[in-house]
Design a protein around this ligand. Structure first.
Ligand SMILES: C[S@@+](CC[C@H](N)C(=O)[O-])C[C@H]1O[C@@H](n2cnc3c(N)ncnc32)[C@H](O)[C@@H]1O
Length: 131
C-alpha cells in the first residue's frame, strides 16, 4: 500500500504525540486514551498516582497518593518502568539512583555443545531463568 499521501513530518509528529501523551486506563483492560489536561503531568518514581476511567461519572479521574499544596507540582506515575523503558517511550531518564524500578535485561544463551549443558539448563530452569 502506498503511503505517499502521508508526509513524514506530520506522521512523526503524530507518533510523538501518541507515544509521549497516551494514558493507559487500568479499568479498561489497559486501553489507551489521549487525555488533554493529563498530557501536562510529568512522571515521578516516588508517587503512586494514576489516571483511570470512572464508569459511574463517565469521566477520567485522577487519584493522588497524598494531599498537594497550591502551586506544588503534581506528578503522576507512568508505570513501574526501567530507565531504558522510560527513555525509549518518553525520551528521559530519571536521575541516577532515583528509580527503584530500574532493571537491565540480560539474555543468557546456552550452547548444546557445552559439556555442562544439562546441568546449566537444570539450574536455569530451577531459578526460573529459562525461556
Ligand atoms: C505527558 S508529557 C508531560 C508534559 C510535558 N513535560 C510538557 O511540557 O507538556 C510527557 C513528556 O514529558 C517529559 N517528562 C515527563 N516526566 C519527566 C521527568 N520526570 N523528567 C524529564 N522529563 C519528563 C518527557 O519529555 C515526556 O515525553
Amino acid at each position: 500500500m502506498s503511503m505517499s499521501w502521508i508526509s513524514s513530518s506530520p506522521f512523526k509528529w503524530s507518533l510523538g504525540i501518541h507515544f509521549s501523551r497516551l494514558v493507559r486506563l487500568p479499568s479498561m483492560d489497559g486501553r489507551v486514551a489521549l487525555v488533554p489536561w493529563a498530557d501536562m503531568l510529568n512522571h515521578s518514581c516516588d508517587v503512586d498516582t494514576f489516571l483511570d476511567y470512572d464508569n459511574l461519572s463517565k469521566e477520567i479521574v485522577f487519584t493522588t497518593d497524598r494531599p498537594y499544596q497550591p502551586g506544588e507540582q503534581v506528578f503522576i506515575s507512568y508505570g513501574k518502568k526501567s530507565n531504558g523503558e522510560l527513555l525509549l517511550s518518553y525520551g528521559f531518564v530519571p536521575r541516577e539512583g532515583a528509580n527503584p524500578c530500574d532493571s537491565v535485561e540480560l539474555l543468557v544463551s546456552l550452547k548444546k555443545s557445552d559439556k555442562s549443558y544439562k546441568k546449566k539448563l537444570e539450574l536455569l530452569k530451577k531459578y526460573g531463568l529459562s525461556g
